[in-house]
Design a protein around this ligand. Structure first.
Ligand code: HSE
Length: 424
């Protein structure tokens, strides 16, 4: 079977897709029997095309012409962002073309609208590349684990943040220095705020939560904290207590509700996710029949992301008339849980004057809110300078910790707001 591909946007990922369609069509045909051919490329910046093998494909600067091209069966939207990407995807679906996209922000915000257009036109909307790049987590959730109820998903879903935190952890570097390196390596979004403030992870979290539970989880229901407040001190104290700090998306079913959140998390160094380093992504899924499964690989970068785009094209070619159930079709209506109800262990780094009674008052206040201390580190250098007191709590309810800190941070010996991080 032959399938004609149109690529809108020949930047980092689009250029990678064009490279794969030039160099690896034989391996695709050997494995699947599908002949996948590049037929049309639409790109405003023609200079991006000069080093690519286009194998006779039509080149234009007009995405709508590509969509209408009868030689194109699958349209790959690889320009990213909201508009005009959304307009192009809707135009392609309404023209009866299958669509493959890596556009996580657009899917997280408008997935349902795009899915409805796909259903109406009896075509497929695929997005393996939108979450964790080369790692086939979408296929795993939709097919590999189809027989399972998903208990929880813990994901390192942003290569830039994982790269920054890894270099802070293992090389003692500071945040800003490592961010510049991640930008230079081409993992980061433009601007990188989407990465470091946690929003890129939240987009991916929304997509995974929707898929795992077939229920609508709005982006604004997902509490998001990025990694900008993490210092080398936190990284070092966490390690001393046996933890590695990771930015996690956590999706769980708790008491009939969905918990979906993104924040830096202290992961025990014995947990499989603690060994996912640098720009790599890792997703740990727990389900009723398969039990724990782990997915690992490159979550960012030209060729890994392009590999996932081409996998979707091949899947469309192989499925023929057998349509996958479109994503973002919500067969359940499950409430999203308030983060205040969350139960877990908490890392608290207090910055305080060092004099008698300080720890007593802090612990009494925590105790009054039902928070019990599991361990404590204090490294005092002199009585004249503020010190850090790091406390790890036992399992407790988040609202109690937050209420206690609101009081503690008002105490006159506390010299900076307390750092609160959650632990697995
Ligand atoms: N900026 C993203 C990351 C790219 O660093 O993971 C892949 O979505």
């Amino acid at each position: 079977m032959d399938i004609g591909v149109g690529v809108i946007g020949a930047g980092t990922v689009g250029g990678g897709v064009i490279e794969i369609l030039s160099a690896n069509t034989d391996v695709i045909e050997d494995k699947t029997g599908a002949r996948v051919a590049l037929r049309h490329v639409a790109e405003l910046r023609q200079d991006l095309l000069k080093d690519l093998s286009l194998n006779g494909a039509t080149v234009s600067n007009d995405a709508l012409a590509l969509i209408q091209d009868p030689a194109v069966h699958v349209v790959c939207e690889l320009i990213g962002g909201m508009e005009p990407a959304k307009r192009f995807i809707l135009a392609a679906l309404n023209a009866g073309k299958h669509v493959v996209t890596a556009n996580k922000m657009l899917l997280a915000k408008c997935g349902q609208e795009l899915a409805e257009a796909a259903i109406k036109n009896n075509v497929q909307l695929r997005f393996e590349a939108a979450v964790a790049g080369a790692v086939p987590i979408i296929k795993a959730l939709r097919e590999g684990l189809a027989a399972n109820h998903i208990h929880s998903i813990h994901g390192i879903l942003n290569g830039t943040c994982n790269y920054i935190l890894s270099r802070m952890t293992y090389e003692g570097l500071e945040f800003e220095e490592t961010l510049q390196q991640a930008i230079a390596k081409g993992f980061a979004e433009t601007p990188p705020d989407l990465d470091i403030l946690g929003h890129d992870t939240a987009h991916k979290c929304q997509i995974l939560a929707s898929l795992a539970y077939s229920t609508r989880v709005s982006l604004d229901e997902i509490p998001v904290e990025g990694i900008t407040k993490i210092t080398h001190l936190d990284v070092a104290y966490a390690r001393e207590m046996g933890y590695i700090i990771k930015l996690l998306a956590i999706i769980r079913k708790v008491e009939g509700e969905i918990e979906a959140r993104v924040h830096p998390t202290l992961v025990p160094e014995t947990h499989l996710l603690a060994s996912v380093r640098n720009e790599f992504n890792g997703i740990y899924v727990e389900s009723d029949c398969a039990d724990a499964t782990l997915y690992y690989g490159r979550g960012a970068g030209r060729m890994p992301t392009a590999s996932a785009v081409v996998a979707d094209i091949v899947d469309i070619a192989l499925r023929g008339e057998c349509r996958a159930l479109p994503p973002f079709v919500y067969t359940h209506d499950i409430a999203v849980r308030d983060i205040g109800l969350m139960e877990g262990r908490y890392y608290l780094r207090l910055t305080t004057e060092d004099h008698p009674g300080v720890l007593g008052q802090v612990c009494t206040t925590l105790g009054r809110h039902g928070v019990s201390i599991a361990s404590c580190i204090q490294k005092s250098q002199s009585e004249d300078t503020p010190v850090h007191v790091v406390l790890m709590t036992h399992e407790t309810i988040e609202s109690g910790v937050v209420a206690a800190l609101a009081e503690i941070d008002q105490m006159d010996f506390i010299t900076e707001p307390t750092q609160l991080l959650r632990a697995l």
